[in-house]
Design a protein around this ligand. Structure first.
Ligand code: NDP
Ligand SMILES: CC(C)CCC[C@@H](C)[C@H]1CC=C2C3=C(CC[C@@]21C)[C@@]1(C)CC[C@H](O)C[C@@H]1CC3
Length: 418
């Protein structure tokens, strides 16, 4: 058995919290899928019915799911325009990652376009969301179990994640023991974080748009907006793929059930909730309102992209003319912290932009139902919790300098409010 890594304080409510989340997250996802297509579309309250086992298990869905994963693996293995190095690991080495996510999105779009023009019934996909979500959940469970066993038997102490090695099997299974599980150069966590789920989300949205066109003659303005906004978000993530290498998911968290389920099932099947809702509950949207919503999304995107790009440019090269004039504080690690520009406004300006976009994605669905606002509610909770985890990690890294940053920039996400 591999030796234990250094012990970190337990997060997510410890083993009990982890066990509860492992039940609650899939249950919530299936609840949302069932409720979105029901007449009353009530977020709170029981689901309209409980699906029969045959509604969840379908060989067609299994085949489709495996084909999708296979296609994304093949696209990941294609030659990349760039190979980037990750952050330094405990053993002082750096892993290498292919930067070809945007290429995977474009090739997928071309293949889907060709398929649809050759008669591929993409509009039938919405009918298969339930069994597909079941396949994705099953895959996440089996996959995280295999990763847990691999880490237990094969991984050296230096390969373990700081958080997922408490010795409690439930907690470690949930958080993930190994930081960067790989087979040869194939990195499972990096692959899952950006490819099958994120691109799958866009494909599901597109299928919902096509089905709406079949049902009602043309897609609604609300459906166009939701599709356009979310395509921009995913395209942006894949275009700036290298930035994911510095996120806590890659540098700190192990690859366990939380990320496997989050990446493979939660993202595609719950982030597409607004488009699912619109297919079954068409909403009128006038041009002036649509323009106002576009403006909100543009403001959110401007803050989100501005903040992320400013930090990325600064971390890559602090003397880059774009960021060289910004005020900074020095830390004992030799790294600096920005205290002006976006990062002088609040301590997580990128989260603020992301939340404003989340609002813009729900508004096209009107205000008659709470359901399309689920993403905004969940995402606020996720980012508030994530911000607290990041602060904890920054305090450990930067000590007094972090206290000084918090004194100079007192608000976390929303200026003068939080
Ligand atoms: N849609 C979704 O479900 C999700 C979206 N996201 C989005 O992903 C993006 C990445 O988010 P996330 O990974 O949480 O982290 P961030 O991009 O916010 O990065 C946090 C890190 O930035 C560095 N940092 C913090 N303050 C400063 C400063 N003042 N100056 C310089 N560097 C600083 C620190 O790392 P260091 O000092 O080591 O560089 C810190 O750990 C965000 O835009 C977020 O909104 C995130 C989660 C889920
Ligand atoms: C299921 C749980 C509630 C938690 C799951 C969390 C995951 C869904 C998210 C953890 C970090 C993520 C990031 C993104 C998507 C969601 C997950 C995987 C992005 C790829 C979204 C686009 C941004 O531009 C970058 C994000 C990095 C972190």
């Amino acid at each position: 058995m591999a030796p234990q890594g250094s012990r970190a304080p337990l997060e997510f409510g410890g083993p009990l919290g982890a066990a509860a989340l492992m039940l609650l997250l899939p249950a919530t996802m299936f609840h949302l899928l069932l409720v979105a297509r029901s007449g009353p579309a009530r977020l709170l309250g029981p689901p309209p019915y409980l699906p029969e086992p045959e509604a969840l298990w379908s060989p067609r869905a299994l085949l489709l799911w495996l084909t999708w994963l296979g296609l994304q693996v093949a696209l990941y293995l294609l030659p990349a325009r760039k190979v980037a190095e990750g952050q330094e690991l405990k053993d002082k080495s750096r892993l290498r990652y292919p930067i070809n996510g945007f290429q995977a999105l474009v090739v997928t779009a071309l293949l889907v376009g060709l398929g649809v023009s050759a008669g591929l019934p993409l509009a039938a996909l919405p009918e298969m969301l339930l069994p597909l979500a079941f396949m994705a959940t099953l895959t996440a469970f089996i996959f995280s179990l295999l990763l847990y066993l691999k880490a237990l038997i094969l991984a050296p102490a230096s390969a373990l994640a700081p958080g997922g090695n408490s010795g409690n099997p439930i907690y470690d299974f949930f958080l993930g023991r190994e930081l960067n599980p790989r087979i040869c150069s194939f990195d499972f966590k990096y692959f899952c974080e950006l490819r099958p789920g994120l691109i799958g989300w866009i494909l599901i949205n597109l299928a919902l748009l096509l089905q709406e066109a079949e049902l009602r003659g043309s897609p609604s303005l609300a459906m166009w907006l939701v599709n356009g906004f979310q395509l921009l978000y995913v395209g942006d993530a894949l275009w700036h793929e290298e930035a994911v290498l510095t996120t806590m998911d890659i540098t700190h968290d192990g690859f366990g059930f939380m990320l496997a389920f989050g990446d493979l099932a939660w993202v595609p099947f719950t982030y597409s909730l607004q488009a699912q809702f619109l297919l079954y509950h068409p909403q009128p949207l006038e041009l002036p309102m649509a323009s106002a919503i576009c403006l909100i999304n543009a403001v959110g995107y401007y803050i989100f992209r501005g903040a992320n790009s400013q930090k990325n440019s600064f971390r890559k090269n602090p003397s880059d003319p774009k960021v060289a004039g910004l005020e900074t504080i020095s830390t004992a690690t030799g790294r600096q912290l920005l205290v002006s520009g976006w990062w002088g406004m609040v301590r997580h300006p990128n989260y603020l932009g992301d939340l404003i976009m989340a609002l813009a994605w729900s508004l096209p669905c009107g205000v008659s139902h709470l359901l399309p606002y689920f993403y905004l509610i969940y995402f606020t909770a996720l980012l508030v919790h994530r911000e607290a985890r990041d602060e904890q990690q920054c305090l450990q890294k930067y000590g007094l300098a972090w206290h000084e940053y918090c004194r100079r920039v007192p608000y976390r996400i929303v200026p003068y409010i939080y």
